[in-house]
Design a protein around this ligand. Structure first.
Ligand SMILES: C[S@@+](CC[C@H](N)C(=O)[O-])C[C@H]1O[C@@H](n2cnc3c(N)ncnc32)[C@H](O)[C@@H]1O
Length: 276
């Protein structure tokens, strides 16, 4: 297996060059820069850098928790998008052990074409999935629990519990506390579209911070922050899950192994849960 740095360079090469092979397998191609930016805010190497930090944190922490990824394990990428995160796990796992689900049909189609495999499936916004019980050792979800409502997150955690093997691990990102300050700083700057909507998602950002610090799940689904298309305000917006909430809300099903947030290198905190 390649070192993480060697692997990152190869994935970057597959962005600029066609037909880059790894372990005899041609690495998945990329959708247009426009699609990349619309879904992740950036395109090309920049968006891969962000994905790589998450992937690297997963790999390292799975080892720390005594569960390093092994070739026989199955991994599900929840809210897979165009496969930005899923592709990195091809360094550890054979393609047939990597699955992805998403509510957006177009994204799933991109994954099926670029990964040349039908492990990628459309899901409804709320579970259940068609996945069999106790299939996955790992579930990862980048920038999905940063958007789902409290009810949607709770429903998905129950589904993850069903489809994970005993003591399986889930790694999910959420919005971090500094994101309140960032959104508030956008106020009155003449922004339009999503940036304007972010600046208006709470009437009172101080109150939102207080609720977060009390350990509450803080969510906004106001106009402009619900995703559009299949992502309606019924379940989608901007979500901030504090560590205290993550530790207690799902404790009947999961133990929170770690709430990892180093804002100097991560844009999103990662919550690592282990199935009870
Ligand atoms: C911000 S994008 C992140 C995509 C991908 N994880 C990445 O980091 O490149 C959020 C993704 O979650 C998907 N999504 C939103 N709601 C979902 C739900 N209820 N179930 C599954 N996927 C969902 C969206 O379609 C979108 O692809």
């Amino acid at each position: 297996m390649l070192t993480q740095d060697e692997w990152f360079k190869i994935v970057c090469k597959s962005y600029s060059t066609n037909s880059v092979f790894h372990n005899g397998f041609e690495l998945p191609a990329f959708p247009s820069d426009e699609i990349q930016s619309n879904t992740t805010g950036q395109a090309g190497i920049k968006t891969l850098e962000e994905a790589f930090i998450f992937y690297h944190d997963c790999i390292e922490n799975f080892k720390i928790f005594g569960s390093p990824i092994q070739k026989k394990d199955f991994l599900l990428d929840f809210g897979v998008g165009w496969g930005r995160i899923a592709r990195f796990f091809l360094n550890e796992l054979p393609l047939e052990n990597i699955y992805g689900i998403d509510v957006m049909e177009d994204f799933v189609e991109i994954c099926r074409k670029t990964f040349r495999n039908d492990n990628f499936q459309v899901t409804t916004p709320f579970p259940p999935t068609r996945m069999p019980s106790e299939k996955f050792k790992f579930i990862v979800g980048y920038s999905v629990f940063s958007h789902l409502s409290e009810h949607a997150c709770a429903s998905w955690m129950r589904e993850f519990h069903r489809i994970l093997v005993p003591r399986g691990i889930v790694a999910l990102t959420t919005r971090g506390r500094p994101f309140f300050d960032y959104c508030e700083s956008l106020k009155g700057k003449g922004h339009t579209g999503y940036m304007d909507a972010l600046s208006k998602m709470f009437d009172d950002f101080s109150d939102a911070r207080i609720r977060y610090d009390r350990g509450e799940f803080v969510h906004s689904n106001r106009n402009g922050v619900s995703g559009g298309g299949a992502m309606t305000s019924e379940f989608y917006g901007e979500s901030f899950i504090p560590e205290k909430y993550a530790r207690t809300a799902y404790s009947g099903l999961f133990c929170l192994e770690k709430f990892l947030f180093d804002s100097t290198r991560q844009t999103h905190p990662i919550m690592f849960f282990r199935k009870n």
